[in-house]
Design a protein around this ligand. Structure first.
Ligand code: AHR
Length: 499
């Protein structure tokens, strides 16, 4: 196949926030994950130093917190100051100690060097509670909550710019779910109060690809919103933990742009595409495994609903299939950088996260290696790439549906601060090499950074690093030259790049 592109094909500058992460109070993501005061690998504030370093190494630009479903019955006021009130988290059915709250979260963001992004409780919470949170974080001295922050040891405002109203409030599983009419009203009222506290904040609200939900939301609340949130997990395994096999997983890669197109189409139809961008603020190929808790049929014993969650952290589940999907997703949001301004991989640490923690160290899963590649080697100006002779394969999904999938996924970028091109190439074929002709204007030396592992089922675990970033020199570029992509690989080829 052949790829061609020129400087006239520039789509635009992508936001760095497309490489964001999400952390929820679920299982071992916070406690026993990033925050583990008892662990000898933690710093003086209780954060795991190895995890902090790993997050810095992938230049995490923003972290969404504290949920997820968790947030819909979370009361932030119980988790600040000296008196912390534990509560029973009704979303996940565990006791939440509230020892990690707003101030700890802000500290975490400062240590990583990323933007905080707070998701509010629009389930059992009120517009007033949401705006009090903005006051606590952003006002200098005025008001009871700003004063409480100062009393708690934080004289300077936390300066939280990004706020989400709610999480998946359209879903029957969500605590305090809303009808579309209720949602439009609540978002407007909450947004009004939050913006009256701090007009400089940027707001998003829970949405999906449903036309009625979104029309209602946008008709009511568009003047207040800078963002609209969507979530997606493609492999629907929250009750079973039986991941799609490699070939079936390839089927998902063809669908990553569907939701973006639907929401963009509506924003355009309503004349809002310049004002409101998409925050794809939860995404992962695999749904998290939490059986018998998101349904009416609640598990009764912990064996039924709680202990199975440990199975999310079986590292052998995160193979090159996850890496391929992750790369295709990142290519897709890059290509749609005119409308997607933020995304958050769900979650960052443990569960289905890209980093796994254990007592004595961490494992950087295959998905982490993809983030490493993209955040260290891709450019920030995205070009449209055109193809000729794209090969396709026919794959069968887990539920038996056949579909055609492109063999190669491509994203071409330039750098705003230096010469050169960086081209992301994903070869989805499990066992075969694919030749790609690069038919474009560029000059200089070529370096490839890639991951592939020995087989498509390669994975990383404690004492076992099968998927790591490799580097190769590819010689001097000339127009029309061919590169050969390894089977089941993600590769970024830099051409003529100098620091
Ligand atoms: O399965 C995890 C949950 O997925 C998150 O809490 C929620 O936001 C989404 O439904």
């Amino acid at each position: 196949m052949k790829i061609y592109t020129s400087e006239y094909d520039r789509i635009g500058k992508r936001s760095p926030m497309i490489y964001g992460q999400f952390m929820e109070h679920f299982h071992r993501q916070i406690y026993g994950g990033i925050y583990d005061p008892e662990n000898r690998l933690s710093d003086e504030d209780g954060f795991r130093k190895d995890v902090l370093k790993a997050l810095r190494d992938i230049h995490v630009p923003i972290i969404r917190w504290p949920g997820g479903c968790f947030v819909s019955s979370y009361h932030w006021k119980d988790a600040v100051g000296k008196e912390r009130k534990p509560f029973f988290d009704k979303a996940w059915r565990v006791e939440e100690p509230n020892t990690f709250g707003t101030d700890e979260y802000i500290k975490l963001c400062r240590k990583i060097g990323c933007e905080p992004y707070i998701c509010t409780n629009a389930g059992t919470g009120t517009a007033e509670e949401m705006s009090d949170w903005v006051e606590y974080c952003n006002l200098e001295t005025e008001g009871y909550y700003a004063k409480r922050r100062i009393e708690n040891g934080y004289p300077r405002p936390h300066q939280v710019k990004y706020w989400s109203i709610g999480n998946e409030n359209y879903g029957s599983w969500e605590i305090g779910a809303k009808s579309k009419e209720e949602w439009g009203r609540l978002v407007t009222e909450a947004a009004k109060m939050m913006k009256h506290v701090d007009p400089t904040i940027e707001l998003t609200a829970a949405a999906l690809t449903d036309l009625d939900w979104n029309i209602n939301l946008l008709k009511h609340s568009a003047p207040f919103l800078s963002w609209i949130s969507i979530h997606q997990y493609w492999d629907r395994i929250h009750e079973t933990n039986t991941p799609a096999a490699y070939e079936a997983a390839l089927g998902f890669t063809g669908h990553t742009e569907d939701s973006i197109r639907k929401v963009k189409g509506l924003l355009m139809a309503m004349g809002l595409e310049k004002k409101i961008k998409i925050a794809f603020d939860e995404w992962n190929m695999k749904e998290w495994y939490h059986p018998k808790v998101h349904t009416i049929e609640q598990g009764v014993t912990r064996e039924e609903y709680l202990y199975p969650r440990d199975a999310n952290d079986d590292n052998s589940l995160y193979t090159m299939a996850d890496a391929i999907f992750t790369a295709c997703f990142l290519n897709a949001v890059n290509r749609n950088c005119d409308i997607v301004g933020m995304a958050a991989f769900a979650p960052a640490v443990n569960t289905r996260g890209c980093i796994f923690t254990w007592e004595e160290g961490i494992v950087l899963r295959s998905t982490y290696q993809v983030f490493y590649l993209y955040t260290n080697y891709m450019g920030d100006i995205v070009r449209n790439a055109k193809y000729q002779d794209m090969e396709t394969i026919c794959v069968t999904s887990s539920d038996g549906v056949e579909e055609k999938v492109d063999v190669v996924d491509v994203c071409v970028t330039e750098f705003s601060d230096r010469p050169g091109l960086a081209v992301a190439l994903v070869n989805k074929l499990e066992t075969e090499y694919t030749a790609v002709q690069l038919d474009f204007e560029a000059e200089g030396e070529m370096t490839g950074y890639y991951i592939c592992g020995e087989s498509a089922s390669s994975y990383n675990d404690i004492g076992r690093m099968q998927v790591t970033v490799q580097q190769e020199r590819l010689g001097t570029f000339h127009r029309g030259m061919e590169v050969c992509l390894r089977p089941h690989s993600v590769e970024i080829i830099q051409i003529g790049c100098r620091k």
